[in-house]
Each structure stands twice: as structure tokens, then as C-alpha cells.
Design a protein around this ligand. Structure first.
Ligand code: NAI
Length: 286
């Protein structure tokens, strides 16, 4: 049978999660997605009304099918962790079973198991603030939504990921080089994610031969990136300075992800793979 993938962090057709879903669908995988609760309604409505039909088109002409959309908020592990104001919030109250533990249970009940887990989400409420002005709360929120969310997803899905499966996340070079403007602890969150990729590769590899990698992606004008405020500048900077002077398409990151979770990459684990037109290799702006 074909492989089954769960992709956390898809809420429109612009981001890396959507592109990864498409690349995996094109390779024959069955696609399940996890969509942030506050974005669920508009995403499902747009899907249903055909707003994404053009961008659902796969290379063979067919349209990507999403077998099921799960509401998800990856900063909450189980219902006990949800504070009153969120629980009673209208958008949250109209969905159910969206904590990480419950989503993993639902996927188990609906499909039994998965082969591929994708983490394509991040959030940092103080991302526009320099680290010198970041609050403890903002910093921990960035780590919770962008780093621990991956550990939590992996933990809860681990029992239902088939042996030989693979997981992947998305990181950014701000973890290791100074990118002024990527603040609020988001640079720290990506550093944690990359370090965790190695430790999780060891633990999941030894236990179940599951591979764990992360893609350090170049700049893309996604919804999340636009919220940071300097994405157009970063895209222009990359275009001018990278070894490959071309636009970076989300599809290129999708294809790299499809390779990394496929048997073609059966000896690759614990790696940070750059998909950025080579920008990370430059030592001098040109
Ligand atoms: P995106 O907006 O398509 O994806 C981010 C998703 O995270 C959104 O769908 C949002 O609804 C979801 N999300 C936020 N908080 C959540 C939560 N608590 N629970 C569940 N979902 C939540 O944007 P993009 O840029 O494609 O982001 C995907 C990944 O790629 C992120 O990890 C990001 O840091 C990474 N990345 C993005 C780059 C860029 O230039 N766009 C560059 C390098 C890495």
C-alpha cells in the first residue's frame, strides 16, 4: 500500500506545509493535515468552495486529495492543559479533540497508523522584538509553539508511526547566524529544533528505525513570514547574494522533503538539510 502522511501546519495554499503535502501526494502518499484551530473554519470553507483547486493540481493533472483535516493546537498536549479563556473561546469551542494527544488518538482511530510525520508550524508572539526586549513569556511561547510542539507531536504519534517511517520539520538559518529582525526567541526556538533533531534521530532510530531530519529553508512569502515584516527584504537579499540567483519556490522545499522522507534517503537521519539556493554558504554579501 501507499504511505500515509500527517502534516501539521497547513492553513492555506501558500506555505511550506501545503507544498510538502503536494509533493507527498504526487509521490502517491495519502494526506492528512493538522490545521491550527483559529484558522480551521476559513481553510475548510476555502477547500470546499474550490478556492484551492488550481493549487491542488498535481503534475499528473489530478487534484491533491486531503483524506482528513484535523483541528490542532500544538501548544496544548492534552485537555487538562487548556486554560479557561481558550476553552470557552468561540473558535475553539466549536471544534473538539484538538490537543496533540487527542489528535494522535483520532488519527489512530480513523487510520490506524502513519508512515510520515511533518511539522511545518511556528509561532512567536514577540517575533518583531529584539531578544534584548523579549519577555520571558514571549520567549517561552516561541519555544512552546515552535520547538516543543514538535517533540509533543512526535511523542504522541510515535506509537502509530510504522517502523521505517520518517519525520521532518522546517527550520531557519537564524538558529546559527545572526538574522536581525527574527526576534522574540524565534532564533532560539530554531536552534532548539535543530538540536532536538539530532537527539530525536538517535532515540527514534534506535527504538523504531524512524528517521528524523529538518530542512533549513530559504525565505518564502508565506502568511507566517509576512507577520514578521521583513520577508520581502529577505527574498530580495537571497536573490542578490545566493549562489543560485533565482526565486525559491515552495515546491522546491516540498520536493526536498519528499526525498528526505522517502527510501531514497534511507541512510540520512539527524541532518539539517539546506534548501535555500545555497545562501547559507556565503560569507560575504555580494
Ligand atoms: P505558514 O503560515 O504556511 O505555516 C505556519 C503554520 O503554523 C500556519 O498554518 C499556522 O496556522 C500554524 N500554527 C501556528 N501556531 C500553531 C499552533 N499552536 N498549533 C498548530 N498550528 C499552528 O508559514 P511557513 O512560513 O510555511 O511556515 C512553516 C514552517 O517553515 C515554520 O516552521 C517556519 O518557521 C518555517 N520556515 C519558514 C521560512 C519562510 O521564509 N517562510 C523560512 C524557513 C523556515
Amino acid at each position: 500500500r501507499g504511505k500515509r502522511a500527517f502534516i501539521a501546519g497547513v492553513a492555506d495554499d501558500n506555505g511550506y506545509g501545503w507544498a510538502i503535502a503536494k509533493a507527498l501526494a504526487a509521490a502517491g502518499a495519502e494526506i492528512l493535515v493538522g490545521t491550527w484551530v483559529p484558522a480551521l473554519n476559513i481553510f475548510e470553507t476555502s477547500l470546499r468552495r474550490g478556492k484551492f483547486d488550481e493549487s491542488r493540481r498535481l503534475p499528473n493533472g489530478s487534484l491533491m486529495e486531503i483524506a482528513k483535516v484535523y483541528p490542532l493546537d500544538a501548544v496544548f498536549d492534552s485537555p487538562e492543559d487548556v486554560p479557561e479563556d481558550i476553552r470557552t473561546n468561540k473558535r475553539y469551542a466549536s471544534s473538539s479533540n484538538w490537543t496533540v494527544k487527542e489528535v494522535a488518538e483520532s488519527v489512530k482511530n480513523d487510520f490506524g497508523s502513519i508512515d510520515i510525520l511533518v511539522h511545518s508550524l511556528a509561532n512567536g508572539p514577540e517575533v518583531t522584538k529584539p531578544l534584548l526586549e523579549t519577555s520571558r513569556k514571549g520567549y517561552l511561547a516561541a519555544l512552546s509553539a515552535s520547538s516543543y510542539s514538535y517533540i509533543s507531536l512526535f511523542q504522541h504519534f510515535f506509537p502509530i508511526i510504522n517502523p521505517g517511517g520518517a519525520t521532518i520539520s522546517l527550520t531557519y538559518i537564524a538558529s546559527e547566524r545572526i538574522i536581525p529582525g527574527y526576534g522574540g526567541g524565534m532564533s532560539s526556538a530554531k536552534a532548539a529544533l535543530e538540536s532536538d533533531t539530532k537527539v530525536l534521530a538517535f532515540e527514534a532510530g534506535r527504538k523504531k528505525q524512524i528517521r528524523v531530519n529538518t530542512i533549513s529553508a530559504g525565505p518564502l512569502g508565506s502568511r507566517a513570514a509576512k507577520a514578521i515584516g521583513f520577508i520581502e527584504k529577505m527574498i530580495e537579499y537571497s536573490y542578490v547574494n545566493a549562489p543560485l540567483q533565482k526565486e525559491l519556490r515552495a515546491e522546491e522545499v516540498g520536493n526536498a522533503a519528499a526525498f528526505l522522507v522517502s527510501p531514497l534517503a534511507s541512510a540520512v537521519t539527524g541532518a539539517v538539510v539546506y534548501v535555500d539556493n545555497g545562501l547559507n554558504t556565503m560569507g560575504l554579501a555580494t
